[in-house]
Design a protein. Structure first.
Lengths: 675, 298
């Protein structure tokens, strides 16, 4: 029996209709495509009226297949599947073809665009006739959640879920949770103490009955899918027995080896070989750094082992793999600071009085290496003049084209702290001042009142090459003041570089493990930039904080809470739908070659040893089609993407192709090239 | 290793020391420089500002006369290097320039497709193709104790030709560190020497030269190493004038980097033409490296 196809061409206001002659496309469908019984164009197919139209036609016209030519199925496939369902048609008998992103938005010539839309509709209509009714599956959602990253975004997400009564596994790469916020002195624009507002959250997480905290640990592998992820976590060897250690700190105190702390102190202070990164660290269990420990260097010392009152030191402790099952994953892996040596003309690493923003944070932190005294590297000279350079590695086509968002405010905060603590003359070199959040502009106004010298211009170099007598012994900042159009030289005692916020060094690698993608810059891509900013294209994986893009503390907290809310919703619902678009193997024809087994990126193919055939685990299959194309015997079929559907689609797209003259019976590919 | 060699006009006259030392160093390091047959002037800085199309065509002729087997063209002069490289880039990026230049070349029966020849600076060749390990092996006279200021000038690293950092190049610094010299962190290493400004506005030019000399003195450099004939000329030949203009007493030897590289490789002063410069470099090299270097001095 012939199918009865309905074709619906959307105007999308003027988005499609402004370029494509939608009425002509609908007319073409009804006149030229076989089995099309209804073809309509409508202003907004996604509106209630548009959906109703589809439902009514299914009932009245007895449609057995539906084609909607509109926007991307990412946006509205669900909408029209629901409309089909409401009309009494299996939702998988719908096909959406994209004549907006793939046609009207990208073409200039209306005539050609209309012809292309016809081809797309024809392809879709031919394909839809071969589609088969499918039934979705439902699986239970594991109520435990994995949060990766213990900075402020991850902490917020963890607490929201744990306080709501859900179990959370929190994995942090470093020895303590807290993230970058733990390193800061003050937060803008309120100037409250960063540690004072952060540490209560840290200790709450550390003691929460619903939180399993794994610090000094990294995500190793993620398998499974939404609702049921299986995760392997590498617990790096602390060399300290976590259960025996009481956190008394004797080992740290007595350890004879001091090294520069490049992590927490940003190179400004020292730590021991066995250490806790800072006094309020959570958990209060030290980590032994085997690269600087004397025992690991020359098998001597053992001071910590001898003095530990609970005998908790374990020189022979090895990394351990911990496996957990979770229903959802929140990635909150944060950022890394820009390497300022990449802009050598700013002198970082060469000129002693050039600092990074992170170094300055530690320098003015009361708990930092100088107890908050702002002094030069000699440890005593208080700077009388300081230059702060904005946009170092941000808004710079040679490095990162994006704006890092927070540096203007951080620079204003630094300027304030400098004036307050040292009375220094502060010069702030900016391209544009960006203070567009609540109370931020007011803070900028306050700093103008406090007498900061704002210089609008991109600094060309920071140098110790003097030209004038007043420059002797100073670090000179050369910059064109673009408001006066003059090249100026500013001899100062200290220079602070406001480096960009960059994606974590292993952001792409972690993204691959979790099956989520990164933008060009390396920040994780959200499902929708405006309407779904914390979800990703992979169901059950959410993102929060700077790993999604540069943002300040309030915005990170908002995203952490938002991601938690999304996960809580999944947990409350309890079940998640699994698309029935999966592969299946015709077992009677499978030779058991196992080529498909290792190709599957989701580990969704198992091998039945007794019958010597491969089998798809439907709950894990994502329908990617890799195995379908890899099978040498051609016995794997991808539901919704089988050969008959794809060939019909190709033929439909080539509806107007003319077969080459005089070669009757020539293969179809000849027809393709002639078009 | 065989390369096509484009010496450029300066190396035939005022900067003969550069040419002689390049060829001498090549012999020791085992790479062959085959001088391009019938090359012509690159037009220096002037021609481009007069008529871009003519300038490009004149330069492109040099690329077009490379034989098919001459895939890499080495230029030691910063201006020649920049012009040749820029021409190749212009022709690659702009089809109009490409067709117009080829129209001009056709008059001489020539044709050039961008990318056909890879233009490289001599420093890139020595740094990359010879490399650290091979260089260290060939050191006969380590430069220990000699403080050198590596001066790149403004042309060789611009515009973004990819061979070194544009704002703060380091390749020559590294090269001389391998050779044992104390390389000073010369902050003005990529600043302009004034070029031909000496002919137009001596005050402006002398100020630029003064900054370069002052910075080297401040950093207690024994000498400045150049990789551009224009820079060497300005810093060396105008040094006395700059001294009297600012009531200073500069005595800073200015030589080409290949000359000192030659010394490190065991060549004697005469072979690398040390002594051709106005402010003599010989005494300080002798003083710092001990006995006068010779073939046997290792």
């Amino acid at each position: 029996m012939a199918e009865r196809v309905g074709v619906y061409v959307c105007h999308c206001g003027s988005n499609i209709a402004g370029k494509v002659d939608v009425a002509d496309v609908a007319k073409f469908a009804s006149e030229h495509i076989k089995d099309v019984v209804v073809a309509r164009d409508y202003k907004f197919m996604c509106s209630d009226l548009g959906q109703k139209m589809v439902e009514e036609d299914i009932k009245k016209e007895g449609l057995t297949r539906v084609v909607v030519a509109a926007c991307s199925p990412h946006l509205h496939e669900k909408t029209f599947r629901r409309a089909c369902s409401n009309g009494g048609l299996n939702p998988y008998l719908l096909d959406m073809t994209n004549i907006r992103e793939h046609c009207s938005w990208v073409h200039k010539d209306p005539v050609a665009a209309t012809e292309k839309a016809k081809s797309l509709v024809s392809a879709s209509a031919e394909r839809v006739k071969f589609q088969q009714p499918l039934e979705p599956m439902y699986v239970d959602v594991n109520p435990t959640t994995l949060v990766v990253g213990g900075g402020i975004a991850g902490l917020q997400a963890t607490l929201e879920l744990a306080d709501a009564g859900h179990k959370v596994v929190l994995v942090e790469r470093l020895p303590s949770i807290g993230g970058h916020m733990a390193q800061f002195d003050k937060t803008f624009p309120t100037l409250d103490c960063s540690a004072c507002i952060l540490t209560p959250k840290m200790s709450e997480v550390g003691q929460h009955e619903n939180v399993r905290l794994l610090t000094y640990a990294e995500l190793e592998e993620v398998t499974g899918s939404v609702g049921n992820f299986h995760v392997k976590i590498r617990q790096k060897a602390r060399k300290v027995d976590f259960d025996l250690c009481t956190g008394c700190g004797i080992c740290v105190e007595k350890c004879p080896r001091k090294v520069v702390d490049t992590e927490f102190e940003a190179g400004m202070g020292m730590r021991k070989a066995i250490y806790m990164p800072f006094p309020q660290a959570v958990p209060r269990v030290p980590v032994l750094d085997t690269e600087s420990c004397i025992w690991f260097e020359r098998q001597r010392c053992q001071t910590c082992e001898k003095l530990c009152p609970t005998k908790a030191i374990r020189f022979d402790q090895e990394d351990e793999i911990i496996e957990v099952d979770v229903g959802n994953i929140i990635i909150a892996t944060g950022w890394k600071p820009f390497d300022c040596t990449k802009i050598p003309q700013y002198g970082y690493g060469r000129l002693p009085n050039v600092y990074t923003g992170m170094e300055f944070e530690r320098l003015c932190n009361a708990a930092g290496p100088t107890s908050g005294k702002i002094v030069l590297r000699d440890g005593k000279t208080v700077p009388k003049s300081v230059a702060i350079i904005h946009c170092v590695g941000s808004r710079d086509l040679n490095h990162n084209p994006y704006c890092s968002g927070i540096c203007c405010m951080a620079a204003l905060k630094f300027a304030h702290l400098l004036i307050e603590k040292t009375g220094a003359q502060v010069y702030s070199f900016y391209i544009d001042i960006r203070t567009n959040q609540k109370d931020y502009e007011e803070f900028y106004q306050r700093l103008l009142q406090e007498g900061v010298h704002f210089v609008r211009g991109k600094v060309s170099e920071v140098t110790d090459a003097t030209r004038r007598p007043d420059e002797t012994g100073k670090t000179i900042v050369q910059c064109e003041d673009t408001l006066t159009g003059r090249q100026e030289r500013y001899p100062v005692d200290m220079v602070i570089l406001m480096g960009a916020l960059e994606p974590q060094f292993d952001a792409r690698e972690l993204g691959l493990k979790c099956g989520i993608s990164c933008s060009m810059a390396g920040f994780y891509t959200e499902r929708h930039p405006k309407l779904d900013p914390v979800a990703t294209m992979t169901d059950g994986i959410f993102i929060a904080g700077v790993c999604q893009g540069p943002k300040d503390i309030p915005a990170s907290v908002v995203q952490g809470a938002a991601a938690a809310a999304r996960v809580a919703g999944m947990i409350t619902k309890g079940k998640v739908m699994i698309e029935p678009i999966v592969a299946s193997i015709r077992e009677e024809d499978c030779s058991g070659c196992r080529i498909c087994n290792n190709m599957c990126p989701y580990n969704a193919i198992e091998f039945d040893e007794t019958r010597a055939v491969s089998r798809v685990i439907t709950a894990l299959c994502k329908g990617c089609g890799t195995c379908v194309s890899a099978c040498p015997a051609g016995v794997i079929e991808g539901a919704h993407f089988n050969n008959s559907q794809i060939f019909a689609e190709i033929e439909g797209a080539l509806w107007d192709a003319v077969p080459p003259a005089g070669v009757p019976g020539e293969s179809e590919s000849a027809g393709v090239s002639a078009s | 290793m065989k390369y096509a060699y484009y010496p450029g006009c300066s190396l035939e006259a005022g900067s003969a020391a550069y040419d002689v030392s390049v060829r001498a160093v090549a012999k020791v390091l085992g790479f062959e420089l085959e001088e391009l047959d019938d090359w012509n002037c690159c037009g220096a800085t002037e021609y481009f500002s007069q008529d871009e199309l003519v300038a490009t065509s004149v330069i492109a002729r040099n690329l077009a006369i490379c034989r098919p087997d001459q895939k890499e063209l080495i230029a030691p002069c910063a201006a020649c290097f920049l012009n040749l490289k820029k021409t190749d880039q212009l022709m690659a990026e702009h089809s109009e320039v490409r067709s117009k230049v080829n129209e001009a070349l056709a008059a001489g029966g020539l044709h050039y497709d961008p990318g056909q020849v890879r233009v490289r600076h001599l420093l890139d060749l020595i740094y990359t193709d010879i490399g650290e390990a091979a260089l260290r092996e060939k050191i006969k006279q380590p430069l220990t104790g000699l403080r050198v200021a590596p001066y790149y000038g403004c042309q060789v690293v611009r515009p973004m030709n990819g061979f070194d950092n544009t704002e703060y190049p380091m390749k020559m610094d590294e090269l001389f560190t391998w050779l044992g010299a104390e390389v000073v962190d010369y902050p003005v290493k990529a600043h302009c020497c004034g070029g031909h400004m000496t002919q137009i506005s001596e005050g402006a030019a002398y100020e630029l030269i003064r900054r370069l000399l002052d910075s080297a003195v401040e950093h207690e450099a024994d000498l400045i190493l150049c990789m551009c004939p224009m820079c060497q000329l300005n810093l060396d030949a105008y040094q006395a004038l700059v001294s009297s203009y600012f009531q200073k007493n500069f005595q800073m030897p200015i030589i080409f980097f290949t000359q000192l590289l030659g010394v490190a490789l065991g060549l004697d002063f005469e072979t690398v033409k040390i002594g051709k410069e106005i402010v003599s470099a010989g005494p300080v090299i002798k003083a710092k490296l001990g006995a006068a270097p010779s073939q046997t001095g290792a």
